[in-house]
Ligand binder design. Structure first.
Ligand SMILES: [Zn+2]
Length: 499
């Protein structure tokens, strides 16, 4: 019997899918109405092998399995049959008296917005990276896109699954990696609003203090370039133009809060906040392959600079201030940062499960608990105004959505191995946030050029349900960008004539 196509959305009776001579766990029962709105994850299991498949093929959702396996599994069905010497079924054994019907497990209804997910996958065609969007009011994950992706059909039981898996595993583009939760990236300048909030809360500096920027920042042995922009007399202007000097000054003062010789104490204080923001630890997303990302600790630098007679200094680690160095975040952590700013300091742990087909089952209480990052609400407003200006006339102008107030920040994450990575995070509408989003495009260069327009289109798609004429040109441009190089083997002419 053929394994049902993943696109078959009609209800499938469990006992029609029992494979001969096998015991099968089967909870494939699709609900058309649910699938039209959400993604349903189901499991298909044989005694020795199992593979989690998804109704829409859109997500590498196998990672949901460990947390929810028990409730999805259902009960095994068994059919005893008599076969001839060619293995063909002749009749049921003992008139089927010993047979047992399979009982479907509970379906999980995820929070994924089908249209948004599909649209994001289209935009990410030909690119490497990830998009995560969260509904700030609930912590529900609206889309979770890892590119490039693969067609789970190739892992079907009736395909050559072993070879297909080997191909995926060896793919130079790391197709099997779920970049939304497993890949760790330097956040680049999207870290600047977070640092600002912490520095304001601690009274290290204020939102209306200026920092001179002659095109570079210089402090003792440290010197780093900036670009041409208006004088950053407040945090808003500094964010709008992503001034490096402003945030180097801020990180230096943060690290040196207890003195020039005690940067470890300043870093420990910063890390405590970052931990509350969900960084350097697993957020607790219901996805088993979630990575912690990385925040550098004082002890890490103590070890790294163990040979320094007078210990390490703030100047050694200034790059943290602009989201570089050892700082690494997952995309879901970045999207959650946008949700935290949208909610002015509060958030729910991001999660994929919305409900269960069995209405008696409740989602994990941890996803209903409000968390607080410990920053007073007043500190968010100047940062959010700055992030609004980023979109209005700053580096994030490509994320503009007609008729919607968006607040965001671009980032360009330096990559010593090749082209820089393009980063952007945002939320909208500013006064009633319904979506928080992070977009990371590997090897794409400036955040303003790639990640920002993708995020803007996603926000527009989610809030307006369609793309306006104003944004259509941008959509075409984004879709036309192909950043994944075709492997050389595929460029070899197939016939002698072509040689
Ligand atoms: Zn500057």
């Amino acid at each position: 019997m053929k394994t049902p196509s993943l696109n078959e959305l009609s209800p499938i009776e469990p006992d029609t899918r029992l494979l001969l001579h096998e015991i099968l766990v089967d909870n494939l029962k699709f609900d058309k109405e649910i699938i039209s709105k959400y993604k349903v994850v189901t499991e298909f299991q044989r005694p020795s092998k199992k593979v989690l498949i998804t109704a829409t093929n859109l997500l590498p959702f196998y990672a949901l399995e460990p947390k929810y396996e028990e409730i999805m599994r259902g009960d095994k069905g068994v059919r005893h049959v008599i076969t001839d010497n060619l293995g063909r079924v002749v009749e049921s054994f003992n008139k089927g008296e010993l047979d047992k019907k399979a009982v479907p497990g509970t379906n999980i209804i995820t929070s994924i917005d089908f249209d948004l997910q599909k649209y994001g996958e289209e935009l990410m065609q030909g690119k490497k990276g990830s998009i995560v969007a969260i509904e700030p009011k609930t912590g529900e994950i609206l889309c979770s896109i890892s590119a490039p992706t693969y067609d789970p059909n190739v892992l079907n039981l009736d395909e050559d699954r072993s070879n297909a898996f080997d191909d995926l595993r060896d793919d130079i583009n790391k197709t099997l990696l779920d970049r939304t939760v497993s890949a760790k990236y330097p956040p680049g300048s999207i870290f600047k609003p977070i640092l600002s909030l912490i520095a304001f809360q601690e009274g290290i500096t204020g939102p209306y203090k200026g920092v001179s920027c002659p095109g570079y920042y210089e402090y003792n042995t440290f010197r780093y370039k900036c670009h041409d922009h208006p004088y950053p007399s407040n945090v808003g202007i500094a964010l709008t133009h992503s001034c490096n000097s402003y945030f180097f000054d801020m990180i230096r003062k943060t690290l040196e809060v207890n003195g020039y010789n005690k940067p470890g104490e300043g870093l420990a204080m910063l890390d405590q906040y970052l931990y509350k923001f969900g960084l350097g630890r697993k957020l607790g997303v219901d996805n088993s392959i979630e990575s912690t990302g990385n925040i550098p600790t004082p002890s890490y630098y103590d070890r790294k600079y163990a040979n320094e007679i007078n210990g390490w200094k703030s100047t050694y680690v200034m790059s943290i201030g602009i989201g570089q160095g050892e700082l690494e975040l997952t995309t879901v952590q970045m999207a959650n940062l946008a949700a935290i700013i949208a909610n002015r300091g509060k958030y729910y742990t991001p999660h994929l499960v919305k409900s269960f087909s069995n209405s008696n089952m409740q989602i994990d209480p941890m996803y209903q608990q409000i968390l607080d990052v410990g920053i007073d609400e007043e500190h968010f407003e100047p940062v959010i105004r700055g992030m609004e200006h980023v979109i209005s006339w700053g580096t994030g102008i490509n994320a503009k959505v007609p008729g919607v107030k968006v607040a965001g920040k671009t980032g360009t994450s330096q990559n010593p191995h090749g082209e820089d990575h393009s980063v952007f995070f945002a939320f909208a509408p500013v006064d009633d946030p319904q979506i928080a989003i992070a977009v990371y495009v590997e090897n794409a260069g400036f955040g303003s050029d790639f990640a920002a327009p993708i995020a803007g289109l996603m926000v527009e798609k989610y809030l307006k349900k369609e793309i306006s004429t104003y944004s259509k040109y941008k959509e075409e441009q984004v879709k036309a960008i192909q950043l994944i190089k075709v492997p050389e083997a595929e460029l070899v002419p197939e016939t002698e004539e072509e040689l």
